[in-house]
Design a protein around this ligand. Structure first.
Ligand code: PBG
Length: 333
């Protein structure tokens, strides 16, 4: 050769060498499974746009929690689908609301064997599908909404969740929830804040999963972030940490790796990322058509989220990945 060639390929020659120099290790311990539980059904209902994911009964969600424990998955996040919805979303703080019932049942089954978390929002419980009761402008009334989030947090804490996960993007929601929890002696209950949550088109399958249609063909652009912005996320995260967030989250994940990396770089709290329903559905759909190797893309996508800086990933692939990763703990290319 007329010039010296640096042999980068030396360390790529065998799986063993590749494993030794791997910079990212996806572990079962990094995974959190989102689970849907629906009031008033007798059997689990498959979700068409989320193949492999179901709306659970209380009984089947308990079974799924047991399976997650056996697979070594450390956490789950519950989403509730109530039988009745109203204009304020009262099912969210009803002690007998579906998430509270499910959380208690799971806790009874698995004891301390799993971090049980609950999504904390009102959109699943309101008849208009917005994340809080509406003001005269047809948008959620911020300050009324965060008072209701605080009530929902108390109901979830009383049902035994370790962490509540406010996802409504109301200003001051983390502070209101922290104050309410502390005031009621629940200072041990943590907050995983959906801090940088974008008004994304990737939530479509989720809305089928929780039976939510936003009234009048509306959207959440009046409260969730504009996906053209990155710096705005850093302000959101800083505010949430100031208000008492224990873990901050970026959502969606795969198209927001720059945001995850920026948050990881700037802050010292644990960072979660949510690989949302649309991300899962796209990988699944292309895999079903044989256009990509779905299992391989699933592993690559979640590993990339980890590489960008997430400490933990909420993903509908959690159980499947745990099965793949289980034997070896970690898996690389
Ligand atoms: C709001 C909430 C949403 C998701 C999680 N929490 C939907 C929304 O903001 O419209 C989306 C999750 C997913 O798409 O997987 N309660």
């Amino acid at each position: 050769m007329p010039f010296p060639v640096t042999r980068m390929r030396r360390l790529r020659q065998t799986p063993q060498l590749r494993n030794l120099v791997a910079e990212t290790a996806l572990r079962v311990d990094d995974l959190i499974a989102p689970l849907f539980v629906r009031e008033g059904i007798e059997t689990p209902q498959p979700i068409t746009s989320l193949p492999g994911v179901s709306q659970h009964t209380v009984e089947s969600v308990v079974k799924e929690a047991r399976r997650l424990v056996e697979l070594g998955v450390p956490g789950l996040v519950l989403f509730g689908v109530p039988l009745r919805k109203d204009d304020v979303g009262s099912g969210a703080w009803d002690p007998d609301g579906i998430v509270q019932v499910a959380a208690r049942a799971i806790r009874e089954e698995v004891g301390a064997g799993l971090a049980v978390m609950a999504d904390l929002c009102l959109d699943e419980y309101t008849d208009h599908g917005h994340c809080g009761p509406l003001g005269p402008d047809g948008q959620p009334d911020n300050d009324r909404t965060i008072e209701l989030y605080a009530r929902a947090a108390l109901a979830q804490a009383a049902a035994g969740v370790e962490m509540v996960a406010p996802s409504g993007m109301m200003d001051g929601q983390v502070g209101a929830i922290r104050a309410a929890l502390d005031g009621a002696g629940h200072d041990g209950v943590g907050i995983m804040a959906y801090s940088a949550k974008y008004a994304s088109s990737l939530y479509g399958p989720f809305r089928e999963a929780v039976d939510v249609t936003i009234a009048g063909g509306g959207d959440r652009k009046g409260y969730q972030q504009d996906w053209r912005n990155r710096r705005e996320s850093l302000r959101e995260v800083a505010l949430d940490i100031d208000e008492g967030a224990d873990i901050v989250m970026v959502k969606p994940a795969g198209m927001y790796l720059d945001v995850i990396a920026a948050v990881r770089d700037r802050f010292d709290v644990p960072v979660a990322a949510y690989q949302v329903s649309g991300e899962y559905a796209m990988i699944r759909a292309a895999g079903e058509r044989g256009w990509v190797d779905g299992d391989a893309v699933a592993l690559e996508s979640v590993s990339a989220i980890k590489r960008a800086g997430a400490d933990m990933v909420l993903t509908y692939f959690a159980a499947e990945l745990a099965e793949v990763l289980g034997g070896r703990g970690v898996l690389g290319g």
